[in-house]
Design a protein around this ligand. Structure first.
Ligand SMILES: [Zn+2]
Length: 146
């Protein structure tokens, strides 16, 4: 009985120490920077401090959100649709281009959308798509009025 209590105490203490360490190491946003998307975003926006994280957006934004002057969060499904070609890829690249438009143009939805519309082919190329697929993405992305 005493040995079981000691073992239980060691297990609980170990778990608490592990959890405390994990909490202390948790960054401001609990998702790592996506290196590939960040490199594309830095080039797309011209901002060396631009970052992209793939993270479930808490505020219910559709697909992605611009959460800080140079940080974008994209839902994991958007990141996956950018990574693997499918019928959903043009709209996913459009989200990337739109949120990057906020980094360049600021708060205005219209300005961000116009920036995306004018630059989506370049965004697609920076994301690694070839010229033909970049043209398909440009043709199939659905933009709001700008
Ligand atoms: Zn927006």
């Amino acid at each position: 009985m005493r040995k079981e209590r000691t073992t239980l105490a060691v297990v609980i203490t170990t778990a608490l120490v592990f959890c405390a360490g994990a909490l202390a190491a948790t960054p401001r946003y609990s998702s790592p920077v996506n290196t590939k998307l960040t490199q594309a975003m830095v080039s797309y926006t011209g901002r060396a401090d631009a970052t992209v994280r793939c993270f479930h957006v808490a505020d219910g934004a559709d697909g992605g959100t611009w959460i800080d002057t140079a940080e974008v969060q994209l839902e994991p499904r958007i990141c996956a649709r950018i990574r693997v070609w499918s019928i959903w890829t043009p709209s996913a690249v459009e989200v990337f281009a739109h949120e990057g438009g906020h980094i360049v143009k600021g708060m205005s939805e219209g300005d961000a959308e116009c920036y995306a519309k004018a630059n989506i082919r370049r965004a697609a190329r920076l994301l690694g798509f070839g010229p033909h697929k970049a043209d398909v993405i440009k043709a199939q992305a659905l933009f709001d009025a700008c």
